[in-house]
Design a protein around this ligand. Structure first.
Ligand code: FES
Ligand SMILES: [Fe+2]
Length: 379
């Protein structure tokens, strides 16, 4: 284990215009975002029967509602005259009723009541149901897939499934941060998966990048992962972390942390006492919404008091996390601006091999004409 998978420089597969072109962006939305599992909110927010949450997922308004304990997801467009059924945000209602003319719907999306139904004489209610969407859960995290299909989120992530369950499956949200940035979504993904920028962008928080042998990289078809192999030292922070794991976690593994980029747009950081799930939503080619939720495990030795204590203990960690993120956030718009006018092809080091794997994934998912155009210009 350890060291990079590649040992030479790598091609920068995407071209500068791929980060700002409207056409490229539209294709990404269709082929990457509408065909993958997308974060859609927290189950804690729809825990009560009748509660719902409505939001945009990859530009599409969706609604998740609790029907007597069962969560269901639909496109948030009414079959009558297309209004959103409920406005964006969260709420709770006895009936699932459209905000415009009051059509009501059941748990399968079927119409259950039409006000002044007589004026729709001849209508077949079954032809006018809501469109259901696939919904999956990992602990508190809810995911929607906008495409029809049978595959669950767990089936789609393969070997990563048990790891997601271990670090997110029975966890309590303790931190939530949403922000928007003037940068293409891929810039933010790529920034998160390489440590080459660390000495320049994080001189005080991380200080320096690590030697190759302290990196455990995995480059898989659906994700890339970094595991931190730095040995534990004798300092206060390291000893504190190990003591926490020893006292709180039922079967501690004393791993430092892993960072996974689940393609296309989820960034996960996790260890046994704290984990974060970040989801990036492209608002336009040059604007991205960044949403991050932080968790602590529910299953701790010491039960509820231990969980309450850990919630307090992780606050400095969250603060540090926010600080590092703010350092990165500052540079995203400047990267975007440089890319937009760059005359260069770009190049990647093997330290940046996770960026390369992501770019390979993006091109593989897009229609063939994008790959052919690149082959022609490389020839
Ligand atoms: S648009 Fe929903 S009831 Fe008319
Ligand atoms: Fe960074």
């Amino acid at each position: 284990m350890g060291a990079f998978i590649h040992n030479t420089k790598l091609d920068h597969l995407l071209r500068p215009e791929d980060y700002s072109s409207q056409e490229f962006w539209r294709e990404e939305i269709t082929h990457l975002f509408h065909k993958s599992w997308q974060y859609a909110g927290l189950a804690d927010h729809v825990a009560k029967p009748g509660s719902y949450l409505a939001r945009d997922v990859a530009g599409v308004p969706v609604v998740v509602r609790n029907f007597g304990g069962e969560l269901r997801a639909f496109r948030n467009s009414c079959p009558h005259r297309h209004s959103m059924i409920v406005g964006e945000g969260r709420g709770c209602s006895r009936k699932f009723k459209c905000m415009y003319h009051g059509w009501e719907f059941g748990d399968k999306g079927q119409v259950t009541h039409i006000p002044d139904g007589i004026s729709f004489h001849g209508i077949k209610a079954a032809d006018h149901s809501l469109q259901p969407l696939r919904l999956c859960r990992v602990g508190s995290l809810l995911f929607i897939n906008l495409s029809p299909g049978e595959e669950t989120l767990h089936q789609s992530v393969g070997a990563l499934g048990p790891e997601l369950d271990q670090y997110f499956g029975n966890h309590q949200p303790v931190w939530h941060w949403v922000s928007e940035h003037e940068a293409n979504w891929k810039i933010i993904e790529e920034n998160a998966v390489e440590s080459y920028h660390v000495p320049m962008a994080h001189p005080e928080t991380f200080a320096h990048y690590k030697a190759p042998e302290l990196h455990d990289h995995a480059l898989e078809p659906g994700y890339t992962r970094y595991a931190d192999l730095e040995p534990w030292k004798n300092g206060v922070v390291d000893r504190g972390f190990k003591a926490l794991a020893r006292h709180l976690v039922p079967k501690p593994n004393y791993e430092r942390f892993k960072h996974t980029h689940l393609f296309p747009n989820s960034l996960l950081y996790y260890n046994e006492i704290f984990s974060t799930w970040a989801s990036l939503q492209p608002v336009s080619p040059g604007r991205t919404r960044y949403e991050i939720v932080g968790f602590i495990p529910r299953n701790l030795r010491g039960g509820l008091p231990a969980r309450l204590a850990l919630r307090v203990i992780v606050q400095p960690l969250i603060k540090q996390f926010g600080r590092i993120l703010s350092e990165d956030m500052k540079i995203w718009p400047t990267i975007h601006r440089g890319l937009k006018h760059s005359p260069h092809t770009g190049v990647l080091s093997c330290r940046e091999e996770r960026v390369h794997a992501f770019q390979e994934y993006v091109l593989a998912k897009l229609p063939e004409r994008f790959r052919l155009a690149r082959q022609r210009s490389a020839a």
